[in-house]
Design a protein around this ligand. Structure first.
Ligand code: SAH
Length: 261
């Protein structure tokens, strides 16, 4: 028996990786995160697979499934939304498996922040504006370390993506406003890649009010940063050197080695 922690992607079933789909299709037991994982993805599971919805289960109940399965042949597919490495509560499950000698493997997924950037038709790192993306959250039921207070993270004005923060969007925006100018472009992306995806654009100063007005309180990301302004003002960032006609081929190859296209 082996447990696979699979990133199920942000919603669109086609954003599940080929590997995730193959493993899900072979699994004897499937555990999915309720409404957060698109139920359509479960269609890739075997008809006779045992399916659990983890939204009504605590950690002990989930790990009990792994324990029960330990002595059986086959696999467990544990589906997490987006990529399991972000706010996925996957660490304690991996620790449990390690402790109990249950083999496991993680299959990464498309995070909702990537889907949000795609929906916004936006590169998050733009030369001359920012080369950094901060993935964070406002403090909620889960506290954030003092050193990661939004006002501190805001100081270098990166592109900032806030998960799990819609309930506190007003307070979050206020903290960001201690460093970002109020006219900094911002967006809220609700259910990125789902059929009912919604995008709200505005300035940092007004984004909380706009999101409230639309009644968006969950399943959304807040994206903030000057980079979002490139859409309206393409002259605010430097075009990539990589595609610069003055850039020789040799250098282009060298730069490509850095992982750029
Ligand atoms: N591991 C996930 C994040 C889980 S935390 C990932 O990589 O995306 C749950 C939070 O993720 C939600 O509160 C919301 O902020 C965000 N989220 C998840 N799916 C989303 C989607 N399709 N659109 C917008 N935000 C989403």
């Amino acid at each position: 028996m082996k447990v696979f922690f699979i990133g199920a992607g942000p919603g669109d079933p086609e954003l599940l990786t080929l590997k995730g789909r193959r493993i899900l299709g072979e699994a004897d037991i499937v555990i999915h995160a309720g409404s957060l994982v698109n139920p359509e993805i479960l269609r890739f599971a075997r008809g006779d697979a045992e399916i659990h919805d983890s939204s009504g289960m605590n950690l002990d109940q989930v790990t009990a499934v792994y324990l029960r399965a330990r002595s059986l042949p086959g696999t467990v597919a544990r589906l997490h939304t987006g990529d399991p490495s972000l706010y996925g509560a996957v660490q304690e499950q991996m620790e449990f498996c390690r402790r109990e000698g249950i083999p496991f493997e993680t299959v990464p997924g498309v995070s909702s922040f990537s889907a949000a950037a795609a929906a916004l038709e936006q590169e998050l790192t733009l030369p001359g504006l920012t080369q950094t993306v901060v993935l964070t959250r406002a403090a909620g039921r889960t506290p954030t370390p003092e050193k990661e207070d939004l006002a501190l993270l805001a100081r270098s004005r990166p592109t900032m993506v806030l998960f799990l923060s819609m309930e506190q969007i007003q307070e979050a925006a206020e903290k960001l406003l201690t460093s970002y100018p109020p006219d900094t472009p911002a967006a809220v992306v609700y259910r990125a890649s789902w059929p009912d995806q919604k995008i709200i654009r505005g300035t940092l100063g007004e984004i909380a009010r706009l999101a409230r007005r639309e009644g968006i309180r969950r399943q959304a990301l807040v994206v903030v940063g000057k980079a979002l302004g490139a859409r309206e003002n393409p002259e605010i960032y430097q075009k990539s050197k990589l595609y610069d006609p003055g850039f020789s081929h040799g250098r282009r190859d060298a730069a490509a080695g850095e992982g750029e296209p």
